[in-house]
Design a protein around this ligand. Structure first.
Ligand SMILES: [Zn+2]
Length: 410
């Protein structure tokens, strides 16, 4: 019996294997075989002819704010989605009022619920922005560090210590970010565009890179998150990466202002980003504009989709389903051709993995078995339904399954 695999998923289709029906076998948490044969497993799951893919990556989620909309009300959403810079700032101010009530206990419960809701939808890797400032203090960081460690081996959480209100506008935030990094936060966050002047935005950037150097951490900024073409912190981040030797270690999230830049500047910025090995995360569903992902992808840069927000002051919906995020994005970013669907699917899988710098990811023999069996036999069908996967496998273990429970009485 020792030739049995731990787990065999039968009768699945793979994206790059043109409809061929295959079996995927897992041993010791890894993909051990992809075969037309019928290997035996101690656990066997019937894939039903559906598409099997690597599980989903959410490269940008404000995990400490999930489900806080009822605490805040919807005024911030109206302002944030207006597109104007001063309104975006006002939205952040309104939203941050909730942080007076920040406490490790309820943040832990909310964040856990969001990660498990995501797991049911096949999300096994999450880059979590966690507010780390003088109002949030370290309450959210503590909650999510605890959660990261508890869910290790099931959901991979990468924590970005994020000074949401700036570091010059919020003196003391930097000290909290340093403490968060010392406690084990994975990535240095930043939001330089929120500062009062370009000089202060540069100072913000420089200070965050000093922390990145001190703790040897990657950097992820929330860049240029308003409809003002004068915002230039995406460029600032790219230049800092080049200057500090942080090539391939920086991510710009949002960067909505890029949509409004004049064409010559877009080309200049894309080239700069390419030299800086920069990654990007976009979230077209949560704001009025989105970055120039086609130009960035053409330059070979990873651009991922992020859930960004779940029922908080910036976005009222979201169930931590990356298929849903891609489905909604498909209506916003252009013509929903099959090619566009494939690209969006990449943005919630392999491109997300590149943003999070996951080396051990993908449907290939030898890779860690983080897999989903979707509803539908093509990316088009999976997106059309954007339903929870039939099966979710993390580290070679079945961690979630769902059933179709509509019964027609006709
Ligand atoms: Zn965001």
């Amino acid at each position: 019996m020792e030739d049995r695999f731990d787990l065999v998923i039968t009768d699945v289709r793979l994206r790059d294997r043109s409809g061929e029906r295959l079996q995927v076998a897992v041993r010791d948490g890894r993909i051990a075989a992809i075969t037309p044969d019928r290997p035996r497993g101690r656990i066997e799951l019937d894939g039903g002819g559906n598409l099997l893919s690597a599980s989903f990556v959410d490269a940008h989620l404000h995990l400490c704010k999930v489900y806080t909309l009822p605490m805040i009300g919807d005024e911030a959403i109206r302002r944030y989605t207006s597109g104007a810079m001063e309104q975006a700032g006002a939205a952040i101010a309104l939203a941050s009022a909730v942080k007076e009530q920040y406490a490790e206990t309820w943040i832990y419960e909310n964040a856990r619920r969001a990660l498990l809701e995501g797991l049911g939808h096949g999300v096994t890797h999450v880059q979590a922005f966690v507010d780390t400032d003088t109002r949030a203090r370290l309450e959210a960081v503590r909650a999510i560090l605890r959660l990261r460690d508890e869910l290790r081996g099931t959901v991979h959480v990468r924590i970005v210590a994020f000074p949401q209100d700036g570091v010059l506008r919020d003196p003391g935030a930097e000290t909290h970010v340093r403490e968060a990094l010392a406690m084990g936060a994975d990535v240095v966050g930043g939001i330089p565009w929120i500062e009062r002047t370009d000089t202060e935005a540069q100072e913000h950037t420089d200070r965050m890179f000093r922390l990145a150097r001190e703790f040897d951490r990657d950097v992820a900024f929330l860049a240029d998150d308003a409809g003002d073409p004068r915002l230039r912190t995406t460029e600032m981040l790219a230049r800092a990466a080049l200057r500090e030797g942080w090539v391939g270690r920086v991510t710009a999230c949002h960067a909505r202002a890029m949509r409004l830049y004049p064409e010559p500047y877009v080309r200049e910025l894309v080239d700069l980003a390419r030299r800086a090995g920069m990654a990007f995360v976009t979230d077209p569903h949560t704001g009025p504009l989105h970055l120039r992902f086609a130009e960035l992808l053409d330059a070979g840069l990873p651009v991922a989709l992020g859930q960004d927000d779940i029922a908080d002051a910036y976005y009222p919906y979201g169930q931590h389903s990356m298929l849903e995020v891609a489905f909604v994005a498909s209506h916003i970013v252009g013509t929903p051709t099959f090619a566009q669907m494939e690209m969006l699917f990449e943005m919630i899988t392999t491109l997300g993995a590149r943003v999070m710098r996951l080396g051990d990811y993908g449907v290939a023999v030898g890779r860690a078995a983080h897999l989903v069996v979707l509803r539908g036999d093509t990316v088009h069908e999976a997106l059309r339904r954007h339903a929870p996967p039939r099966y979710v496998i993390s580290h070679g273990r079945l961690v979630a399954e769902s059933r179709e429970d509509i019964h027609l009485h006709i």
